[in-house]
Ligand binder design. Structure first.
Ligand SMILES: [Mn+2]
Length: 313
């Protein structure tokens, strides 16, 4: 971390990049870093990610770079690979700050701490090292980053360190309860989608495996917004007894696969069979074919069984 502290101190005119389909962690982390750099007298702005959704817009809009802002240093935050760099971003990346396991690097300088539950934890520690005062404004952004990536402190990535970070944020004066309501409130469309998903969950291996899918047609029928699709993999994961939750979501020409697991099953190993990757408890992959939901499920289950034959019925 010493290297990146020095790098941030020595450079200026930052542009902070968020990943594709930006979530609370990438946006909260980038905005908190942006505010922190500004407090050190630096020029810093967020790149206007074209895929940002309404849920996080109010928190991040004040940091968006104005038309014509000339940056000299770019930082990608919470971005595991070059293919996840924000849609339409094609410039160089000077620094990557992340919490995903190391992949093929794409930035000139890289720092990733996979033991952190959220990139927000890494940013919080980095700001402390930079001597940035934890203002309420910065603390709110870090709280959004950490609470969203931990499912409001419920996922297994949550550690004592995560709670210590959150405690420091609450000490800085944030209203955690109000933020939880803003970030986790469920829309009616989301509820309708959850009920559509619940209706087609297939259980196997004595209830240890749950596979669910959402077709484009089903998605259109319940009229969900992009925001409502966040963490749909968590729906099957929250069911009693489920240790491997598989969520398949149809896109125009492909299927997006999300996998959530509990011990001893490794989500990144299962998704690795399909050419994807991620964390041990949460990972993803893509099936780049137009096939039926049944065929997509069969393919994902085959990948699961290849890794864990004992889960085959
Ligand atoms: Mn993250």
């Amino acid at each position: 971390m010493n290297n990146i502290v020095r790098f941030l101190q020595q450079n200026n005119h930052f542009l902070l990049l968020t990943h594709r389909r930006p979530d609370g962690d990438t946006l909260g982390s980038a905005a908190a870093l942006c505010a922190g750099l500004r407090s050190l007298g630096k020029a810093a702005y967020l790149w206007r990610n074209p895929e940002i959704t309404g849920r996080y817009l109010p928190f991040t809009e004040p940091y968006f770079a104005p038309e014509g802002y000339e940056h000299s240093t770019t930082i990608a935050v919470d971005t595991a690979s070059a293919s996840l760099l924000g849609k339409d971003w094609d410039g160089p990346v000077h620094l990557r700050i992340d919490h995903h396991p190391a992949t093929a690097g794409f930035a000139d300088m890289e720092y990733s701490d996979p033991s952190a539950a959220a990139c927000g934890e890494v940013i919080q520690e980095l700001l402390e090292r930079l001597g940035v005062t934890l203002t309420k404004e910065i603390a709110e952004l870090l709280y959004i980053a950490i609470s969203t990536d931990t499912g409001c402190f419920r996922y297994s990535n949550t550690t004592a360190r995560t709670h210590r970070h959150a405690a420091a944020l609450i000490d800085a004066g944030i209203d955690a309860q109000m933020l939880n309501v803003k970030v986790f409130a469920k829309s009616r469309e989301r509820l309708a989608m959850e009920s559509a998903i619940a209706a087609n969950i297939a259980y196997s291996a004595g209830g240890r495996v749950a596979a669910a899918s959402l077709t484009l047609e089903e998605k259109t029928a319940v009229a969900v917004a992009e925001d409502d699709l966040e963490n749909i993999a968590g729906i099957a994961q929250g069911i009693e007894g489920v240790q491997v939750a598989l969520m398949l979501r149809e896109e125009a020409d492909s299927w997006r696969v999300s996998c959530r697991t509990s011990e001893p099953y490794a989500a990144n190993a299962i998704c690795g069979v399909l050419g994807g990757g991620g964390h041990s408890r949460a990972a993803g992959a893509e099936i780049k074919r137009r096939i039926t939901p049944e065929a997509a499920r069969a393919q994902v289950l085959a990948a699961l069984w290849e890794m864990y034959p004992e889960l085959r019925d």
